[in-house]
Design a binder for this molecule. Structure first.
Ligand code: GDP
Length: 329
């Protein structure tokens, strides 16, 4: 006996009433690779869109071990204590390889998972970052329609995924820990440049003095970057996620950021630009997907790969044949 699947309309109604189960189901639909689910997923997203947008979207990145899940747990609990509704999503393209995900481990965020005003969803899996990121981007809309006013997007700071997350959030937070005077080594300049705030975690016990020093160094480094279009000057702060110290400070910084960027309209402008970016991203992704999954192209591609390998045809001429075949079909 299988329960009848709810229709798109039923899902939309339930989501906008704050139903977590409907929200989970709709996200599963978005994540589905079944072509038949695509239309239904799009209908749900479209239906939710008028209810979305009343939120702040915060990106959090940092290398494994820096304390992301501990921080998000403490931060999330703090936000729900202020009466906010918090959704935690993730972008982790490696999850499909390891069959785990950065948010898949049930022991993570134990308190937040139990919180009635929190919704936690592990990263979608998929073989391309673009696909995984798009699914998270679409899930944000559903979470907002479901009444979540604070959306946290977590990603591991080891690859390209930060750029994707940066392009779907209002505020980007880089989590770090203090080292022994080598704070600025090994951080990609680009990631630091994206950060609206650097939070130095584990500022507790013997680490406190080091964290303070790191704060000074990062502050100095941030001043070398050109001024941001947002009119916001990136800040550095310290916290201890375990002792729940400095968490309120992080939220205060975000609140300050929102005040400034809403006043100067950067907030709105950035979201508009992000929407255009995601439209183009989706076109790129779907063009590629459809092309490479087309049965005639698959056969022709194999033949041309061999021909190119044997120098029978130039790579460009072979590409041209394939593209023409696809677009003139
Ligand atoms: P993630 O891999 O970035 O998600 O990091 P986790 O949240 O799993 O934390 C990695 C380790 O650092 C765990 O053993 C945590 O208990 C520890 N940790 C996290 N936050 C703090 C903190 O504020 N202070 C201290 N001393 N340890 C922390």
């Amino acid at each position: 006996f299988r329960r009848k699947q709810p229709s798109a309309k039923e899902l939309i109604t339930a989501i906008t009433k704050g139903d977590k189960i409907a929200l989970s189901r709709a996200i599963t639909l978005i994540e589905s690779t079944n072509e038949a689910h695509l239309d239904k997923a799009n209908e749900v997203i479209q239906g939710c869109l008028p209810y979305a947008n009343q939120s702040v979207r915060i990106g959090i990145t940092g290398v494994p071990g820096v304390g992301k899940s501990t921080f998000i747990e403490a931060f999330g609990k703090y936000l729900t204590s202020l009466g906010k509704k918090v959704a935690v999503l993730a972008v982790d393209p490696s999850s499909s390889i390891s069959h785990g995900s950065i948010l898949g481990d049930k022991t993570r965020m134990e308190e937040l998972v139990k919180d009635e005003n929190a919704f936690i969803r592990p990263s979608a899996s998929g073989d391309s970052l673009g696909g995984v990121a798009r699914k998270t981007r679409e899930s944000i809309i559903l979470c907002e329609a479901c009444g979540y006013d604070t959306i946290i997007i977590e990603t591991v700071g080891v690859g390209q995924s930060e750029t994707a997350v940066h392009s779907m959030v209002d505020f980007f937070l880089l989590l770090k820990i203090a080292g022994a005077g080598d704070e600025l080594q090994g951080i990609k300049r680009g990631i630091m440049e994206m950060a609206d705030t650097i939070v130095i975690n584990k500022a507790d016990g013997d680490n406190k003095a080091k964290a303070k020093l790191a704060k000074t160094e990062f502050n100095r480094a941030l001043h070398l970057f050109p001024a941001k279009k947002s009119g916001w000057i990136p800040k550095v702060t310290t916290c201890s996620a375990i002792d729940k110290e400095g968490i309120d400070n992080v939220w205060q910084l975000i609140a300050d950021y929102l005040e400034i960027t809403k006043k100067n309209h950067f907030f709105e402008l950035k979201r508009q630009e992000q929407n255009q970016f995601w439209m183009l991203e989706t076109i790129n992704e779907q063009l590629k997907n459809r092309f490479y999954h087309h049965s005639e192209i698959i056969t022709l591609l194999e033949a041309n790969k061999k021909a190119v390998q044997n120098n029978e045809i130039s790579p460009f001429a072979a590409a041209q044949i394939l593209l023409e075949k696809y677009f003139d079909k």
